[in-house]
Design a protein around this ligand. Structure first.
Ligand code: FES
Length: 108
């Protein structure tokens, strides 16, 4: 099935994109494919933080893994709802999730 993901950019623009759940893609890959400015220089290894997002609704309950936690700990701008999109597989449970792109804040 396709799920909907609501994406808020740093400038406040809000768009809804669709993503298939059956192609083993991560949220980072979907955002890149949708032309959002995510460098993903580490290729999705939880090492560059260019895919930093904040999850703006509280229905998404998956916890960050250890590698993701370690990377988030090093960022200057981070919140309780910060995640690395490359560590978030697209799943049916994610349908309707709202996220904010945080890469610019992370790189400052
Ligand atoms: S793509 Fe590098 S940390 Fe996610």
């Amino acid at each position: 099935m396709d799920i909907k993901i609501h994406v808020e950019e740093a400038n406040g623009n809000l768009n809804t994109i669709e993503a298939p759940t059956d192609m083993a893609l991560s949220l980072m890959e979907i955002l890149k494919a949708s032309d959002y400015p995510i460098a993903a220089t580490c290729g999705g290894m939880a090492l560059c933080a260019s895919c930093h997002v904040e999850v703006l609704d509280n229905t998404y309950a998956e916890e960050p893994n250890d590698a993701e936690m370690d990377m988030l700990d090093t960022l200057p701008v981070v919140s309780q709802s910060s995640r690395l999109a490359c560590q978030m597989p697209i799943t049916e449970e994610m349908d309707g999730i709202r996220i904010r792109l945080m890469a610019e804040a992370t790189m400052e």
